[in-house]
Design a protein around this ligand. Sequence first.
Ligand SMILES: O=C(O)c1cc(C(=O)O)c2c(n1)C(=O)C(=O)c1cc(C(=O)O)[nH]c1-2
Length: 265
Amino acid sequence: MTASLALSVSPTEPADRLLSPAELEAALRDIGARRYHNLHPFHRLLHDGKLDKDQVRAWALNRYYYQAMIPVKDATLLARLPDANLRRVWRQRIVDHDGDHEGDGGIERWLKLAEGVGFERDYVLSTKGILSATRFSVEAYVHFVAERSLLEAIASSLTEMFSPTIISERVAGMLKNYDFITRETLAYFDKRLTQAPRDADFALDYVTRHALTPQQQAQALDALRFKCNVLWTQLDALYFAYVSPGMIPPDAWRPGEGLRAGADA
Ligand SMILES: O=C(O)c1cc(C(=O)O)c2c(n1)C(=O)C(=O)c1cc(C(=O)O)[nH]c1-2
């Protein structure tokens, strides 16, 4: 039932009828069940303790760029919101990541995670070791939010509906499987467990109330597919460079670079 719903609103087969809010939500959830990045082989290896320390480092370093650009994406979206009630809610996302003062917020907590696995803070901040594919994927997300309709921009954040499950699985798996990972290193994820559902509930409510034609519903579903691809392609690039075949592009981070004095190999 859910699968055929999703098919009926795919881009190749335009929707011919309006879905109820519950059907739209089911179709959105179906996309997550098939395409969310919890299914990616790189995440399976990461959570199951099958990566070595340098591969975990590559993940932390590249993912920093996603974290750093999320508030840029949200500021882009905020600037397009026509009403103060919406802006008041959305601006909280920027505060969550940037913090209210220096040393606070999600970006800072991600830097702690990167430092916890051995990086020098300034090396991470420079983003010079990240894969070009990471940069391209993340920037595609920011452009999407700037250029598409507000409905599509908000719908593209709906991957957050699925993130609490992967975060719980990741934290439990990494703590159990890696002796160099501590609860403190992973503190970033503690707050996401409450922030993500709050954000996703708001965005889902917005999307179900504003996708009022079959075409708008199809656009919302496509926006979520696009965003799943933004997340997936980042992991493809990590896998290709650091797992198999292990082809690190010439300008990307190589094991040993950018580490704190005393961080072990
Ligand atoms: O750890 C994860 O797997 C994960 C996934 C996602 C997501 O699904 O987009 C986000 C985050 N984390 C996250 O930490 C975060 O701040 C975030 C913001 C957004 C967004 O699209 O606005 N997604 C995510």
